[in-house]
Every structure is written in structure tokens, then in C-alpha cells.
Design a protein around this ligand. Structure first.
Ligand code: PLP
Length: 406
């Protein structure tokens, strides 16, 4: 038989329904500890041939089912689920470095990942060089004798910068370095970094894997050789383990992941095109639009795009007035930023797009964001949208009334 495809893995892979009275949905093993009928079985609980569940920080049946599915979806050999995306990302990074090492990372990486590298890893003498990363040679130039990790996130946060994952993986391999890819934007439905040679894939599962804005979790997937020490040390010892109920909610989210991603893709593309044609919109950032930097690369290494897009508003008469008001406030006033005020006004006018961070859930979200492109020192205010699962015509009408109303 041909190997099962994505949707079929989500529904059938690693399920053992007969073990659970045939239940179509697996039970939640909401237990911290597992008990034994006698001391002999207790003593042999960690022997590979007689291994049993022991304690939920180390392993749990609900979590194991979830992990096996995600490993299959990413095309890896082993994985670990964590209590948040940041727990997963920090575990992946810590599993690769020692004191005094060096990391090369893209400069448009997710904010808290950047903070971890900029403010926390230096405690252990670990420095990070941030590079645009839109050209693989950016990484090559930044490599030092003590470099251990090339860290990528493609498409990246807020501006969706694309990195050549295969080229970065090849470079790392030729220099004996590790590669980590945050694949949260695409999910394995649209991109499989391990198949391009990346060592570890990290995710926030809070976003698309969960899909219903009701859980916080993360996952890391890779080869057995890379994952075994990570599971033992950064997983079990640092202890940022997923809760069985969150694992169960994520299993439910996975059943519809493919359907949701297809709808997110279609609706976000329709909205990106609508915004691009709107007279009040200056620029739309979305990795599926033909003018997006790296679009050729995106087409080569991804099979689709998801729910996120950012856009900036044209400066208007109104905006100029805001700037003048700020100037007349005196030389100590913060710099005039009409674009920020305009972004706030549009976001405040939206009705179906709620104002909130995160993304990947059923509900559409909008926030004012400061957009800085790879390698840029300056940037500008714009709006980031997560296009949810509402009817796209309602979302388009909502955006039109907000843009036309200000
Ligand atoms: C949200 C997010 C994370 C962090 O995930 P949490 O579950 O919030 O810890 C990591 N990477 C990206 C790209 C994200 O958007």
C-alpha cells in the first residue's frame, strides 16, 4: 500500500482504538503518575523490553499519540511535545549549544526567540549574530570558529522573509553545524524542512496545530540521533512538558488541520489581493503575492501559504496633520508617526477582526505592528492580519468598511 497522506495520518496514524473500547476519539490519560501491580514490574519499568509509562513529565499515552502523529506529518523519526512554542524552541537551541558557542539567526525571527538569543543566552557566553538570511551567503559570512547553530524561520514573523532551507542545510552540513527551523507559519502541510536537510523542526502548536485558540503548546521533531538527547535532557530534565489535556485538544485540532490550512490559504490570498488593489493601501506583505521578495524560493520549497499577512497604509492628508500636531508638541516629543495613528484607526474600525496577538485559530485577528524588513535598520508601522475561518466575503466587507471609513 502507498504510505498514507497528510489528512489520513491526522486521522489514523498511531491510533489503537481497540485498546480503548473502540472509542473513535482517544481517552485523555489525565494522570501524573502510573502504578504497578508489583515491585518486579516497578523495577523493570525502564527496561526497553518491559517499558511502561511511569510519570507524565517523562511520557504519557495521550502525549505519545500526539507526538507520533506530528513526527509522521513532519517526516521525522522522533519528537517531543512541550508546554509552549518557546519551551520547544529553547529546548531545541539548548540541545545544540555549550557555553561559549555562537549562533547565527535571521534578523526577522519571532520576537521572543530573538530576546532569548539577545538577552538570555549571553549568560552562558553564547552570542548570536543576526543576518538578513534572504541569501544563504549571509549565514556563511557570519560563521565563526565557535558557531554551532544556523537558525531559520521561513517565512519569518511579520514580514514573511524567505530563506533557502536546502542551501542553509547544505552549508551547515559542510561545516558540521546544526540547523533549526521554526516551521510554525507553514506547518508540515505546506512545508517540510526535514526533507530539505534541516536537523530540527520547532513549532508553536498554540497556532495552527491547536487551531481553536484554546491551548498553548510546542513541538520539536528530528532524527532519532538528534532527538534522543533532547528528549532526555531539555525535555525530561528542564521539564517543560505538555499537559495531557492540551495534547488531547491538539489531537482534535489535527483532525481538521489540512482543511483549515486550505481555507486559511484561500481566504488570506483573496484578502491580500483585495488590499493590494485598495487605494488606501500602500504595500501588502504576503508570501503568495507575485511581488513578494523570495517568491520563487517560496514556490520551490513550500506547497502553499497560510493565514498571515501585513500591510501598510498610504500617508494621507489626515496623516500629515497628525505629524504637524506632533511637531508642534516640541523637540522632546516622540517622532511624528502618522502611519501608526492611521493603523490604529483602521484596526479600531474592524468588527470581525478582533484585536489580539497570536494567530492560527478559527477567529480573525488584527494588530498594529512595526514592520522591519530583513537587513533594514528602519521600518514603518502597519497592520498584521490573521485571516480566520469566517466567510471570506464578510472579512473583505469588514476590511473595506474600515479602510473606507477612516
Ligand atoms: C507564537 C510563536 C512562537 C511561540 O509559541 P508559544 O506557543 O507562544 O510559546 C514561536 N514562533 C512563532 C513564529 C510564533 O508565532
Amino acid at each position: 500500500m502507498i504510505p498514507p497522506r497528510f489528512e489520513t495520518i491526522c486521522i489514523h496514524h498511531a491510533e489503537d482504538r481497540e485498546r480503548h473500547e473502540g472509542a473513535a476519539a482517544p481517552p485523555i490519560y489525565q494522570a501524573s503518575t502510573f502504578t504497578y501491580p508489583n515491585c518486579a514490574e516497578f523495577e523493570s519499568r525502564e527496561r526497553p523490553d518491559t517499558a511502561r509509562y511511569d510519570y507524565t513529565r517523562t511520557d504519557n499515552p495521550t502525549t505519545r499519540l500526539l507526538t507520533e502523529k506530528i513526527v509522521a506529518l513532519e517526516g521525522g523519526e522522533a519528537g517531543r511535545a512541550f508546554s509552549s512554542g518557546m519551551a520547544a524552541i529553547s529546548a531545541a537551541i539548548l540541545s545544540c549549544v555549550r557555553a561559549g558557542d555562537h549562533v547565527v539567526c535571521i534578523d526577522t525571527v519571532y520576537g521572543p526567540t530573538r530576546q532569548l538569543m539577545l538577552h538570555w543566552l549571553p549568560r552562558f557566553g553564547i552570542e548570536t549574530t543576526f543576518v538578513p538570511g534572504t541569501d544563504a551567503t549571509d549565514f556563511e559570512r557570519a560563521i565563526r570558529p565557535n558557531t554551532r547553530i544556523l537558525y531559520v524561520e521561513s517565512p519569518s514573523s511579520l514580514v514573511y522573509a524567505i530563506q533557502d532551507l536546502a542551501a542553509v542545510a547544505d552549508l551547515a552540513r559542510s561545516r558540521g553545524l546544526f540547523t533549526i527551523c521554526d516551521n510554525s507559519y507553514a506547518t508540515p502541510f505546506f512545508q517540510r524542512p526535514l526533507s530539505l536537510g534541516i536537523d530540527l523542526v520547532a513549532h508553536t502548536a498554540t497556532k495552527y496545530f491547536g487551531g481553536h485558540s484554546d491551548l498553548v503548546a510546542g513541538v520539536v521533531v528530528g532524527s532519532k540521533a538528534r532527538m534522543e538527547p533532547l528528549i532526555e535532557h531539555e525535555g525530561k530534565l528542564l521539564g517543560g512538558v505538555i499537559d495531557p489535556f492540551a495534547a488531547w485538544l491538539m489531537l482534535r485540532g489535527l483532525r481538521t488541520l489540512a482543511l483549515r490550512m486550505e481555507r486559511h490559504q484561500a481566504s488570506a490570498l483573496a484578502i491580500a489581493r483585495m488590499l493590494q488593489a485598495h487605494p488606501r493601501v500602500e504595500r501588502v506583505l504576503h508570501p503568495g503575492l507575485p511581488h513578494h521578495p523570495g517568491i520563487e524560493l517560496a514556490r520551490r520549497q513550500m506547497t502553499g501559504t497560510s493565514s498571515l499577512l501585513s500591510f501598510t497604509l498610504k500617508a494621507t492628508h489626515d496623516v500629515a496633520n497628525t505629524s504637524r500636531a506632533a511637531e508642534s508638541a516640541g523637540p522632546d516629543a516622540s517622532p511624528p508617526d502618522g502611519r501608526k495613528a492611521a493603523a490604529h484607526r483602521v484596526v479600531d474600525m474592524l468588527r470581525y477582526f478582533s484585536i489580539g496577538v497570536s494567530w492560527g485559530g478559527h477567529e480573525s485577528l488584527a494588530i498594529p505592528v512595526f514592520l522591519r524588513e530583513p537587513g533594514a535598520t528602519a521600518g514603518e508601522w502597519g497592520i498584521r492580519l490573521h485571516v480566520g475561518l469566517e466567510h471570506v466575503d464578510d472579512l473583505i466587507a469588514d476590511l473595506r468598511q474600515a479602510l473606507d471609513g477612516v
